[in-house]
Write a protein that binds this ligand. Structure first.
Ligand code: 8OZ
Length: 398
């Protein structure tokens, strides 16, 4: 097989991206992680993963490891039409197709455990109930639901119901059940989604947490649910197969914190003491990187703070290309880099990076919902050279 392409001349080889690294209990061959990506293609009814989903993930098995799309731990935890769950027997069986397919290709996959809190709508909730949240604070914006004609539709968010303190142990139980189901489904580990304005971040941030009990007020209280989730999930998985995702300074899903340096600095330190497999941070300088600019002072400071307070494996995600990823690893800003949209369009992304080969461009109109188009039909380099793709919906994966 040829290992040189015309692009080699233009692009210097990258080195650090391809340095092996140990993360928790796994020895990984390189540092290119597939980021969690909502694709909204679970089978209905029941939000069940399918053979098509298995094919999509298996195509991307050359990632150092894959973090699955965000996956609701309960019916209450769902916030978008057609996202998969990990709370029913059928879903566990569906995910088993995915993990078997990834393992058959030599890959590793963690499940991302998700509860959306207020980023939902009665149309997505069991018995048309209100979504739950730390406090009854309505998010600005719209929820993505399925309408009566079976199509996706945006509808305004509602004011959520504030959780009663008596309910908190049962919320933790949802994470426990999700973690146990993920193990039954054959995953290699789990990531707790505490980012992007969903339930755990709603507890963490001051704009969404107005509580006066032991889950509100000082950061130690606002981080309580996250730490309880970590405790229950590590009971199932041990510490060395569990990661956490945070998104300091992100306003996604209408969230903010009065003092993010104290809040996220403290939480990074608390997670450091948990001795987990990794911390996964959504890059606060994503927009700057995408524009080819340097991070602003606040983002740069937050990145420094995360690195300083969290001494274990740090993954950064957002806005990277091959060369900025290599540069940030060289500067010691992270240990691994996660890629999202580039992995959507390039199932063989690590190989393309290794060769300095051109990348396919992703098509945003096929991100959410639909079938194989824009999902399992992006070509590998081998296919571009004329090789036949592997049959995608294989009988073994049905
Ligand atoms: C985009 C669309 C729907 C969900 C996240 C799970 O932001 C998501 C998500 C992203 O973490």
């Amino acid at each position: 097989m040829s290992t040189s392409t015309p692009a080699d001349a233009a692009k210097p080889p990258v080195k650090l991206l391809f340095e092996p690294i140990r993360v928790g209990r796994y020895d990984l061959p390189h540092r290119i992680v597939m980021a969690p990506l909502t694709r909204s293609r679970a089978r209905q009814p029941g939000n069940v993963p399918t053979a098509l989903n298995a094919c999509y993930y298996a195509q991307r098995a050359s990632a150092a490891f894959i973090v699955s799309e965000a996956t609701q731990v309960s019916m209450q935890g769902q916030g978008y039409a057609w996202t998969p769950g990990i709370h029913s027997r059928e879903q566990v069986e569906g995910w088993r197709l995915v993990t078997d397919a990834v393992h058959e290709e030599g890959g590793r996959i963690f499940l991302q455990l998700w509860h959306v809190g207020r980023i939902s709508h009665p149309a997505l909730q069991p018995d048309c109930m209100l979504p739950v949240a730390p406090s009854a604070v309505k998010p600005a914006g719209e929820a993505f639901i399925e309408n009566e004609r079976g199509e996706g539709e945006l509808v305004p968010f509602v004011t959520p119901r504030a959780l009663q303190i008596e309910e908190m142990p049962y919320l933790v139980r949802q994470y426990f059940r999700g973690a146990r189901n993920a193990m039954a489904a054959g995953f290699d580990g789990v990531e707790i989604h505490a980012a992007n304005g969903y339930l755990l971040e709603q507890f963490i941030c001051s704009s969404t947490n107005k509580r006066t009990d032991e889950y509100g007020g000082p950061v130690e209280n606002r981080a309580r649910l996250l730490l309880e989730a970590v405790a229950t999930v590590t009971e199932v998985w041990g510490k060395d197969r569990v990661g956490v995702r945070l998104s300091p300074l992100s306003a996604f899903n209408d969230i903010s914190d009065d003092d993010p340096e104290t809040t996220f600095g403290t939480i990074a330190g608390m997670l450091n003491d948990e001795d987990l497999a990794y911390l996964h941070v959504v890059n606060p300088a994503t927009a700057a990187l995408e524009k080819g600019e340097e991070p602003d002072a606040r983002a740069a400071n937050m990145l420094r703070l995360m690195r300083e307070r969290y001494r274990g494996r740090l993954i950064l995600a957002g806005g990277f290309d091959r060369d900025t990823a290599e540069a940030w690893l060289r500067q010691g800003k992270a240990d691994l880099i996660a890629f999202g949209r580039k992995f959507i369009a390039n199932p063989d992304l690590p190989e393309r990076f290794r060769l300095g080969a051109p990348l396919n461009r992703d098509d945003p109109t096929t991100y959410y919902g639909g079938g194989a188009k824009g999902y399992t039909d992006y070509p590998t380099l081998a296919q571009e050279r004329g090789e036949q793709p592997k049959p995608c919906v294989d009988d073994r994966w049905r």
